[in-house]
Design a binder for this molecule. Sequence first.
Ligand SMILES: [Zn+2]
Length: 337
Amino acid sequence: MANFADIIGHEDIIQHFKMSIERNMVSHAYIINGEKGSGKKTLTKVIAKTLECESGDPDACDNCHSCKQADSGNHPDIKWITHDKPNLISIDEVREQINDDIIKKPYTDGEYTSRYKIYIVNDAHLLNPQAQNALLKTIEEPPEYAIIFLLTNNLDKLLPTIVSRCVVLNMKPVREMDVINYLTTVLNVPEEQAYFSERFAFGNLGKAVRLATSENYKEIRDTTVRLLRQIYNMETEDILAVAKRLSDYRLDMQDLMDIMQMWYRDILMFKITNSPNQLVFKDEYTAMKKQSAHISYEGIDNVIKALDKMKLRLEANVNFDVAMELLLMTIKENYNG
Ligand SMILES: [Zn+2]
């Protein structure tokens, strides 16, 4: 179903593959690098389908047997690597699913043989060093029909020896208007909400979609904003009560922290520019203006650091209520009167 024309943004990567197909210069190993939600999987699905298309054209035909199989997710030579443990791809999994399999010739049904054997490792940063070393051998001497895609949001976790043998393609932010158009016309998101989500997602389409369409997220956002509007006027006991209530959102703490950080980034931005133009929370302009008079640059810096620290604490599974109380008190203390 999807084709290059259906992909929003990422024109440079698409162009790269179109040229490679036209010039018959497809490489054996690619790294697609980009943050979570940036569309790596969607894009790679279309790239794989296009590479395999029986037409050999730089755009998949959608009609051949291979395209149909790719669309249904049943292409015998487009293989997504699976793993048992959520946070690890093991050497055994690499051996079984890639190294031992790649030496077998591409699928053939008598009339037609696949152009390539394509292996896709999503979250490739989960490959431990042993698994990466096992993969390295294959990447160094791949069969001519083999193509390996490593998708990752953390290039630093891949061994330099792996990275240097791959073509590294970085996902870039999608243009503001493209994100907004998609949200408003395809997903029917109200305009104001679409604008907010776009600003918050910084060109990450997947994130923008999630922010624009999740009721849960809207609730978290509204609750957090209500708190931040008032926190500098609140009494200690009220702050402690709020900290308790926020434990309802325990599972969405990352979102909550992101919202808080964005709020203080906005206050900082307002202090510098004295204008609402650059704000993510544009409709909170009045609150921003008021608060910016009550917090110094240093105070904002302290709050942003406290939020970073809170993120680390959450990862370390500390007592949630205590950590939240501490955070909110720190925020309050950094306002002056
Ligand atoms: Zn086709």
